[in-house]
Write a protein that binds this ligand. Structure first.
Ligand SMILES: [Zn+2]
Length: 81
């Protein structure tokens, strides 16, 4: 059985929704933010928000995606010179 993040999508600008398949079931994680600042988060797992690993994981991926996007923008800007 696959365990881990099974889905991550930007449901609306800066509003992320993720699915996590865990040992005890499937959780949905909601994170608001652009990768630099996060304004809200929630997870359906039984852990309190500040102890939840899923939120941390999703935030890390969004941050990574954001940096990747910035790098691409930077690259295409450099290429256009
Ligand atoms: Zn969680």
């Amino acid at each position: 059985m696959f365990m881990g993040l099974t889905e991550l999508k930007e449901a609306a600008p800066d509003q992320w929704e993720a699915c996590y398949e865990g040992r005890y079931g499937r959780y949905t994680i909601f994170v608001n933010g652009d990768g630099k600042t996060f304004t809200g988060q929630a997870c359906t797992c039984p852990c309190p928000d500040d102890e939840c690993k899923h939120i941390e994981l999703v935030k890390a991926i969004i941050t990574f995606k954001n940096e990747e996007k910035q790098n691409k923008t930077l690259c295409s800007r450099l290429l256009s010179y």
